[in-house]
Design a protein around this ligand. Structure first.
Ligand SMILES: NC(=O)c1ccc[n+]([C@@H]2O[C@H](COP(=O)([O-])OP(=O)(O)OC[C@H]3O[C@@H](n4cnc5c(N)ncnc54)[C@H](OP(=O)(O)O)[C@@H]3O)[C@@H](O)[C@H]2O)c1
Length: 248
């Protein structure tokens, strides 16, 4: 038991992680804007007999990062587990880059994990804890592409941050990372997708050796495994259906 904060858990992978962990832990569900879906995720955990609360906060700011930890703690008790899942992918070709695009990608995907971990550690006292970050296979060497360079750089940063934190916080806190490949989420099911977008997504799907996108619940299983394994720290679990084995 113990309280776990899952950032960005209103939808997609974060929601699957929150539901999976809700069977064993009290869960702090979080989102920046998706309030309805965030409340719904917390309600689903409670309806299954668990404990959960929804905290709306922008975890890419110090204030929001502190808030999700402190309000979660007030509602459900000391937070001993943290999943830094909040993130977003936005594509921009070289000619369209500007400060706002790079700040958005770095803050949402990387700064959020750094600030929320800092807030988490500051309330831990002497308790043992565990952190799992959610990066991306795009963050691995050689897997970035120009249109998603800012996102890939941010996720490479998350992998690097994981190693630094794992060393600094051992043996009290384990810090590991999961790097998903393509996951069956709203990013690949946008109502505004053009025929070209749909064809590109289909090409990605068939290029994955397992011949499908990874399911959010499969990422949640990897996160749960890392949270429960005190012998592992600084590890990166690649959950990509074999995509990084291909040349795409
Ligand atoms: N889907 C994939 O194929 C894939 C692959 C590799 C890695 N990932 C990573 O997996 C994680 C989850 O992605 P997903 O596909 O499940 O995306 P998603 O459905 O868009 O969920 C992202 C969640 O993060 C929240 N969020 C974003 N910025 C936030 C902020 N500043 N503060 C608090 N919450 C914030 C969103 O809430 P709001 O709607 O309120 O902003 C939402 O609940 C991300 O880190 C993503 O980069 C995804």
């Amino acid at each position: 038991m113990g309280t776990v904060v899952v950032t960005g858990s209103a939808t997609g992978i974060g929601r699957a992680i929150a539901l999976r962990l809700g069977a064993e832990h009290a869960v702090v569900v979080n989102a920046k804007d998706s309030v309805g879906e965030g409340r719904e995720t917390a309600d689903a955990i409670v309806a299954s007999g668990g404990e959960a609360v929804f905290v709306q906060a922008d975890v890419s700011t110090s204030r929001g990062a502190k808030e999700v930890i402190s309000r979660g703690r007030e509602a459900l008790g000391p937070v001993t587990l943290l999943v830094n899942n909040a993130g977003a992918t936005r594509a921009a070709e070289l000619g369209d880059w500007d400060e706002s695009h790079w700040h958005d990608m770095l803050n949402t995907n990387l700064l959020s994990a750094a600030l929320t971990t800092q807030a988490f550690v500051s309330q831990l006292g002497g308790a043992e804890g565990a952190v799992v970050n959610v990066a991306s296979a795009r963050g691995l060497p050689g897997r970035a592409r120009i249109g998603v360079a800012a996102y890939a750089a941010a996720k490479a940063g998350v992998i690097s941050l994981t190693g630094a934190l794992a060393q600094a916080l051992a043996p009290q806190v384990s810090v590991n990372v999961v790097s998903p490949g393509f996951v069956n989420t709203r990013y690949f099911d946008r109502p505004d997708a053009t025929d070209d977008d749909r064809a590109r997504i289909e090409a990605w799907r068939t290029a994955v050796p397992i011949q499908r996108f990874v399911e959010p619940g499969e990422i949640a299983d990897a996160v749960a495994f890392l949270l429960g394994n005190r012998g592992m720290t600084g590890a990166n679990i690649l959950a990509d259906g074999g995509w990084t084995l291909t040349r795409d």
